[in-house]
Design a protein around this ligand. Structure first.
Ligand code: SAM
Ligand code: SF4
Length: 395
């Protein structure tokens, strides 16, 4: 694969609003009840105009292949706001005829009827289900219950018909969650009319309400051990494989042809243009972020005021290609791609040697000239991948 250095084919929009903060979540967000959504949409439309205007026309010659609305809670936008945003983007760059346009939707809070989002251009939904146990949803302080989530998915599938492309987020390692209740969630999710599952092991983030609860109310918030996480994960991998969802990335499972093309672009270190407070973009060789500050965002006049940039060194980019590529359990990362991206022959010899050692230790596999993590090491991938972090500058 030739590394695509300049063209932009992927675009991300961050929507930083939520109705309430879930106890485990440490993402930057603003509570919707404090207002600011329409000022945000105005600023976003200005940012789209301003940021596109700074780009060389060469970068925009190819059509967009993916657009992703992530959050926060994108479903706190109305369909007409979403349509306006998409039209603003289309004024600068055409969409490929099969452009994947994903929208994260919380089960309880869509602002418009579902078919209105389809009319606005959305063709893939990612629904934050997390669990299908009401007790666990309460522990997570989610606002929806299991029935609301499943009903939402059936409604979406009905609206989308043959073009249905629906993903759900599920979480394991929830306080009090047993293997049996995790199994029930996965089994029920598999029976829903969905094509994709992202599976997250609950991380106890510093400063979250859950961290305090887990420390102070250990009896009510017992957390599964690391070994239990592995058991939960491995059971799900086998069950999902038997039910048509193949693992294509360590935490992502899809029916054939429904892999997230947007996330693949991130993992393969492609250029991604990003908009909205706390969004992160990459346009070779520069990584940039938009500050997590709604007030500053809505008041900007020059795009430079809301852009924090850093050049990604060739070594860092190579390291990211390797680490994220090894997690791609089906396609992996091609030796030829790595070699081409590697900034020096000496570093490539060093990394090839490391990869050969990992193959001998059974941590990495090489198939069709591509490297992937060995399935047995995926649940413990941090220890398998840490040797590839902080590679030396070119020798
Ligand atoms: C940041 S949310 C955005 C989507 C949407 N707001 C929602 O909650 O469904 C994306 C996903 O990240 C996952 N997530 C957030 N915080 C997490 C944590 N502390 N540990 C594991 N997964 C987490 C959740 O599964 C969530 O669906
Ligand atoms: S709805 Fe999503 S983004 Fe918002 S607080 Fe909950 S997990 Fe975080």
């Amino acid at each position: 694969m030739t590394v695509n250095r300049h063209e932009i084919e992927h675009l991300y929009v961050h929507v930083p609003f939520c109705k309430s903060r879930c106890v485990y979540c440490d993402f930057y967000l603003e509570l919707e009840k404090h207002g600011g959504v329409s000022a945000y949409v105005d600023a976003l439309n200005r940012e789209i105009h301003a940021r596109f205007s700074t780009l060389k026309t060469d970068a925009l010659k190819t059509p967009l292949h993916t657009v992703y609305f992530g959050g926060g809670t994108p479903s706190l936008l109305t369909a007409s706001q979403v349509g306006e945003i998409l039209q603003g983007i289309q004024a600068f760059q055409v969409f490929a005829s099969d452009c994947e346009i994903t929208f994260e939707l919380n089960p309880d809070d869509a602002q418009s009827p579902l078919d209105a989002y389809l009319e606005a251009g959305i063709n893939r939904f990612s629904v934050g289900v997390q669990s299908l146990s009401n007790d666990e949803l309460k522990k997570l302080s989610r606002r929806h219950d299991a029935q609301t989530a499943t009903q939402r998915i059936h409604d979406l599938a009905k609206c989308m018909g043959e073009t249905a492309n629906i993903s759900v987020d599920l979480m394991y390692g929830i306080p009090t969650q047993s293997l049996a209740s995790w199994q029930a969630t996965v089994q029920e999710a598999c029976d829903l009319p969905i094509q994709h599952i992202s599976m997250y092991g609950l991380q106890l983030e510093a400063g979250t309400a859950l961290e305090t609860l887990a420390k102070k109310a250990t009896k009510h918030y017992p957390l599964p051990s690391d070994d239990e996480h592995v058991t939960f994960y491995e059971w799900a991998v086998d069950y999902l494989a038997e039910h048509g969802f193949h693992r294509y990335e360590a935490s992502n499972f899809a029916k054939e042809g429904f892999e997230s093309r947007h996330n693949l672009a991130y993992w393969q270190q492609k250029n991604v243009l990003a908009f909205g407070p706390s969004a992160h973009g990459y346009v070779h060789p520069t990584r940039y972020s938009v500050p997590s500050n709604l007030k500053a965002y809505t008041a900007f006049s020059q795009v430079a005021e809301i852009t924090e940039e850093a050049v990604v060194s060739d070594v860092e980019r190579f390291e990211n290609l390797l680490i994220f590529g090894l997690r791609l359990t089906q396609v992996g990362v091609k030796a030829s791609t790595l070699k081409e991206a590697c900034p020096s022959p000496a570093l490539w010899r060093h990394v090839e040697g490391l990869l050969a050692e990992k193959i001998a230790q059974g941590q990495v596999e090489k198939r069709n000239d591509a490297y992937t993590l060995h399935p047995a090491w995926i649940p413990r991938m941090n220890s398998a991948l840490c040797d590839f972090i902080g590679l030396d500058a070119p020798h």
